[in-house]
Design a protein around this ligand. Sequence first.
Ligand SMILES: O=C(O)CCC(=O)C(=O)O
Length: 256
Amino acid sequence: MSDAEPAAERRARAAALVRAQQGADLVVLPELWPLGGFAYDAWSDGAEPLDGPTADVMSAAAKAAGVWLHAGSIVERDPDGPVYNTSLVFSPSGELVHTYRKIHRFGFDSGEAIAMGAGQEIVTAATDFGTLGLATCYDLRFPELFRALLDAGAQLLVIPAAWPERRREHWTLLARARAVEEQAYVLACNTAGTHGGVEQAGHSLVVDPWGKVLAEAGMGEQVLTVEFDPAEVARAREEFPVLRDRLLGIPAPVQR
Ligand SMILES: O=C(O)CCC(=O)C(=O)O
């Protein structure tokens, strides 16, 4: 992905990649890819509604391939509010069945916390092969969100991202931590190339409920194809039932 590539070309290229995945169950794209990820100068002009050009193209691509499609995120223009970093999930018939507005906005060296509104809803998506739990990029650092997704029934945690190369160790470590902690699959799809001059980490990865990395991409743009058994979530939770030992209600701290 290069900063210079126009959104229409990115959409056409992404749609062709999705169409080529016929026979897959689920396809996942990264965060904010139509606008070149974290190139926040482009966000205001490039924001689009939920029935805008990215949704149109992705709906058609999901339908043509007959796949569940987590189409990464767009800058959503809400006519009544701010813009949001919003993920889109399409069914194999091309229907937009779920959206998720990123809850934790990245405020460190990015304008996201200023430019975007914060999502307020925990979102899960029931599919033919299990329940997806939706999170986006920086959300990965906040385990309480993933506990809430677990409690809402999530079995496969899907995390599109635009994570920079300089913190790649955190990306892979946190993806594995969330998988072990929630005893769930983690499907973490990251951008490659540069956004606004920032080198992206690539290294999309799929982690099983035991924390084992089943597949990991390199730094460049690539399609990562992974076969796994969603029933492993139930097996892992049964075989090593650590989630049963959760403290339901943290005791108040004692002053000594
Ligand atoms: O947390 C990080 O290190 C990166 C987060 C980020 O780039 C994002 O939320 O898009």
